[in-house]
Design a protein around this ligand. Structure first.
Ligand SMILES: NC(=O)c1ccc[n+]([C@@H]2O[C@H](COP(=O)([O-])OP(=O)(O)OC[C@H]3O[C@@H](n4cnc5c(N)ncnc54)[C@H](OP(=O)(O)O)[C@@H]3O)[C@@H](O)[C@H]2O)c1
Length: 341
C-alpha cells in the first residue's frame, strides 16, 4: 500500500529536500504540497532542480487536505507547526520545527520567547539515540534540530569519561540552516569570504534541546557551552566538542567507545585513525561522520562531527523517522552516498 504524503512548508529549503527524497521513495507518494506566501507559484520555480517531476503549483496550507494524507511533514517556522498540528488527527506527523521538542516549558519560553505557548512534547526523533522501537510506536514525532543532531551524536559516547557539566562546543553551519527567508546577514556580500560567530554566550535555541537529549540518554546532568558560527557554504554542519577527561583512559579507549556506540547505526561512521570529518564528505547524504581524539596537553576529549543540515539535520532524518513510523526499514529511500568532490 502506498503511503500518501502532505508537506506543509514545501516551498522552503527543508520542504524542497523532502520533496526530492519522497519523489524517490518506493513506499511514499506526494499528494499535497502546501506553502504560505508562495501559494500558486510553480514548485519548479522555487525548486528548479525538481522541474522534471512536474509537481504543479503550491497549494494553500489547508489542514483538511493535509489530514486526508497518511503522513504529514511540517516544515514550518516554530510556532506555526503547533497551530496546524491541532487540526490534524488522522495523519501521522513528523514536525521538523521546534514546537514539540522541549519537555520543559521554561526552556521553550526562554529560547523561543514571544512566539507562542509551549505546545507539549512529542517523541524525539533521533532513532540512533532514543531507539528505533520508540519511534516505530509513535504517530507524532518531533524531528531534532540540525545542530542538535550533530552535537548529540558527537557528545553522547564521551559522557562516560568526561566532566559532563563542562562541555564546550563550537559548530559551524552553512547558510541554508537559516532557511530561505530573506535576511540581511545572509546576503552574499556579507557572507562570502567570511566566517562569523552569532548567538554567543549560551543563547542558541538548540542548547536546551541538546542538554535534554543527552540527559535523557545518560542520566547525567549535562551542561554545554555552545558557540555557533556561520560559514560561507550552502550546506553542512561541522561541530567540535571538547570536554575534560575525569577518568584515566587512553585515546584508543575513547575511540573504541564511539565505535561500539555506533556499530549498528546505518548512517553513522566513526572514522579511522587520522581521517578528519569534512562537510563535503556527507553532502547530499543522510550520513554522520565522527572522529574523536584525546588532547594529552590539556587532558581533553576532542570530537568532531559533520552532517548535511538539510538531510540528516532535517529532511533525511524526517524520512528516516517516517519509515520507522510506518514499519519500513529506516534507510528506505535514503542515500548513504553523497556528492564528491
Ligand atoms: N534549514 C535547516 O537546515 C533546518 C534544519 C533542521 C530543522 N529546520 C526547521 O525546519 C523548519 C523549516 O525550516 P526551513 O529552513 O526549511 O525554512 P524556510 O526555508 O524559511 O521555509 C519555511 C516554509 O514555511 C512556510 N511558512 C512560513 N510561515 C508559514 C505559516 N504561518 N503557515 C504555513 N506555512 C508557512 C514557508 O512558505 P512560503 O515560502 O510560501 O512563505 C516555507 O515553505 C523550521 O522550523 C526550521 O527550524 C531547518
Amino acid at each position: 500500500m502506498t503511503i500518501t504524503v502532505g508537506i506543509a512548508g514545501a516551498s522552503g529549503y527543508s520542504g524542497g529536500e523532502l520533496i526530492a527524497l519522497i519523489s524517490n521513495h518506493p513506499e511514499f507518494e506526494l499528494k499535497y504540497l502546501a506553502a504560505s506566501s508562495k501559494v500558486g507559484k510553480e514548485v519548479s520555480s522555487l525548486h528548479p532542480h525538481l522541474a522534471h517531476l512536474n509537481h504543479g503549483a503550491f497549494k494553500a496550507t489547508d489542514s483538511k487536505a493535509l489530514n486526508e494524507c497518511d503522513l504529514v511533514f511540517l516544515a514550518l517556522p516554530h510556532g506555526a507547526s503547533a497551530e496546524i498540528a491541532k487540526e490534524i488527527s488522522n495523519a501521522k506527523i513528523v514536525d521538523l520545527g521546534a514546537d514539540f521538542r522541549l519537555e520543559n516549558e521554561n526552556d521553550w519560553t526562554k529560547y523561543y520567547a514571544g512566539d507562542s505557548a509551549h505546545a507539549g512534547t512529542w517523541t524525539y526523533g533521533l532513532s540512533e539515540i532514543v531507539g528505533q522501537e520508540v519511534i516505530a510506536k509513535s504517530s507524532r514525532v518531533a524531528n531534532p534540530g540540525c545542530y542538535a543532531t550533530a552535537i548529540a551524536f558527537g557528545t553522547l559516547p564521551m559522557l562516560e569519561f568526561v566532566d559532563a557539566n563542562d562541555i564546550v562546543v563550537v559548530a559551524a553551519s552553512g547558510t541554508s540552516g537559516a532557511g530561505r527567508a530573506a535576511n540581511e546577514n545572509l546576503l552574499a556580500s556579507e557572507l562570502i569570504g567570511s566566517v562569523s560567530s552569532y548567538k554567543t554566550g549560551g543563547i542558541h535555541q538548540h542548547t536546551p534541546e541538546i542538554e535534554q537529549t543527552l540527559r535523557n540518554a545518560s542520566d547525567k546532568d549535562v551542561k554545554i557551552s555552545f558557540t555557533p558560527l556561520l560559514a560561507p557554504m550552502t550546506r553542512g554542519i561541522h561541530a567540535t566538542i571538547t570536554a575534560k577527561l575525569i577518568k584515566d583512559v587512553s585515546a584508543s579507549d575513547v575511540w573504541a567507545a564511539y565505535d561500539k556506540r555506533y556499530l549498528n547505526s546505518e548512517f553513522v561512521t566513526v572514522l579511522g585513525n587520522g581521517q578528519q570529518p569534512k562537510t563535503s564528505s556527507v553532502l547530499g547524504s543522510n550520513n554522520v561522520q565522527i572522529q574523536t581524539v584525546v588532547d594529552i596537553h590539556t587532558n581533553r576529549v576532542v570530537t568532531t562531527v559533520v552532517i548535511d543540515n538539510l538531510v540528516k539535520g532535517a529532511a533525511g532524518q524526517a524520512v528516516q523517522n517516517a519509515n520507522l513510523m510506518f514499519g519500513f526499514n529506516e534507510a528506505t529511500g535514503l542515500t548513504k552516498i553523497g556528492i564528491a568532490p
